[in-house]
Design a binder for this molecule. Structure first.
Ligand SMILES: *Cc1c(COP(=O)(O)O)cnc(C)c1O
Length: 455
């Protein structure tokens, strides 16, 4: 059969409140044209993020009841440690309450002002934590990633030539390099095993450690299995283990491929690193055997990590995204190709080409999708990544994307058909969209809280 169906059935439902266009127009105005400030209840289809928004399985819900809430050395911690060790094979395992807590403690313990940290593409919280430590977060995306409609299968790769040059010039000022799998900020595109291996080889020559930002390691493993020469017959867990084998440490948000609603971890091989991290963890997150999480959350993530590596699950997840992308391409809607692992990305710069980067075309498109169909998406463009020069003039982001991120195991085929219909309607009326300007903003991660107004 050609149809790939959801490898689960629904045991519990959650109602979606339906809203009218008039209501949505009013709500958006009240939210200062920033969808982060909307009430979730007013979003019929919420694609703001795939982070912590997934549905847990019956096994995960059952595991919650086994949670051991002992402060130190709980049974749930043991299960968590065994699972994370089984997948990453790292010596030291530390739970954290989210991915960014791991990033913050990493920046606190290992990063000094003025240092450089290369990555294929820093995710926004990674960048913010490094910049908060007065270090420079440097993006080195591969050549192929620049062409949004190129079908190269591993557009998440780090640019090895640029990494080599940076190491030659500045290696003593680089505390570690990172690779983010999949490349969230770069369009949800995967990184090949060859790229990770080659990057590690370069880094080893300068004794610069490699840290994998592993948020979507299982989705990345699936791409490697399907599209990289020589991995067809490997299981997803073996591919994941090989990916981690090239890393000295990893950070992860378990709200992604942990299939949980909260959680994160930091893992590493080096004893001295572990000691520094442990001390910072105790100070800021909690005792090292719970790291800011409840015992039951450790249980749920331990189950979720294995479920994310089941091939039926990955096959279905990738099929939904490919389905949507194919339909949008048929409609001529400008999208990032090929399909990423967790989201569809619209190319807002082409979609609303009459709106310049200074007027936030991505935000204009995000707002239109909300008004038209109650879909909440997120801008990954100049609102999220733009900077100011010394004169206070906006330096636009490299690209203006809108991300439709899909919560795991939440929406069904008809939800996807509805989304396609809404996007098609906005596409037809794209000339009516208007740019925006910022009225109020915070110094870090301003996209979360900024107030805007339409021009
Ligand atoms: C979500 C995410 C993070 C941060 O994790 P949180 O759990 O949201 O703090 C870091 N890196 C990447 C690539 C992510 O997608």
């Amino acid at each position: 059969m050609k149809t790939i169906f959801e490898p689960f059935r629904i045991k519990m439902t959650e109602p979606l409140k339906s809203t009218t266009k008039e209501i949505r127009i009013a709500r958006l105005e009240e939210a200062h044209f920033n969808v982060f400030l909307l009430d979730a209840e007013d979003c019929m289809i919420d694609l703001l993020t795939d982070s912590g928004t997934g549905a847990m399985s019956a096994q995960q819900w059952a595991a919650l009841m086994l949670g051991d809430e002992s402060y130190a050395g709980s049974r749930s911690w043991k299960r968590f440690e065994e699972t994370v060790h089984d997948i990453t094979r790292m010596k030291h395992i530390f739970p954290t309450h989210q991915g960014r807590a791991a990033e913050r403690l990493l920046a606190l313990t290992w990063v000094q002002a003025g240092q450089l940290i290369p990555n294929n593409n820093h995710f926004d919280t990674t960048r913010a934590n490094l910049e908060f430590a007065n270090a420079s977060a440097i993006d080195l995306p591969c050549e192929e990633s620049a062409k949004l409609d190129d079908d190269f299968p591993f557009k998440g790769n780090i640019h090895l030539g640029k990494l080599k040059r940076l190491l030659e010039d500045c290696h003593s000022n680089i505390p570690f390099a990172m690779i983010t799998v999949t490349n969230n900020a770069g369009g949800g595109q995967p990184v090949s095993m060859t790229n990770i291996r080659e990057a590690k080889k370069l880094l080893r020559g300068y004794e610069v450690p490699l840290i994998i930002d592993a948020c979507r390691f299982a989705e990345n493993a699936y791409f490697i299995q399907r599209n990289e020469e020589g991995y067809r017959d490997y299981s997803l867990i073996d591919i994941a283990r090989e990916m981690f084998s090239y890393a000295d440490a990893a950070t992860m948000s378990l709200k992604k491929d942990g299939l949980a609603n909260i959680g994160g971890f930091f893992v590493c091989r080096d004893d001295a690193w572990a000691e520094d991290f442990r001390n910072a963890l105790i100070l800021q997150e909690g005792f090292p055997t719970y790291g800011g999480l409840a015992g039951r959350d450790l249980e749920a993530t331990a189950v979720g990590l294995y479920e994310a590596l089941q091939s039926e699950y990955q096959e279905y997840r990738h099929a939904t995204i490919e389905y949507m992308l194919k339909k949008l391409i048929e409609l001529d809607v400008p999208v990032v190709r090929p399909a990423g692992g967790h989201a569809v990305f619209l190319d807002a710069a082409s979609f609303v080409s009459h709106i310049s980067a200074k007027e936030f075309p991505g935000v204009a498109l995000v707002n239109a999708l909300y008004r038209e169909g109650g879909i909440r998406s997120v801008e990954l463009g100049s609102l999220m990544f733009g900077k100011y020069d010394k004169a206070g003039v906006l330096i636009p982001a490299r690209r203006e994307l809108v991300r439709l991120a899909f919560p795991r195991r939440v929406y069904t085929q008809s939800h996807f058909d509805y989304m396609i219909e809404v996007i098609a309607s906005v596409w037809e009326n794209r000339e009516t969209l208007r740019g925006l300007r910022i009225v109020k903003e915070a110094p870090f991660l301003r996209h979360f809280s900024a107030w805007l107004e339409e021009l």
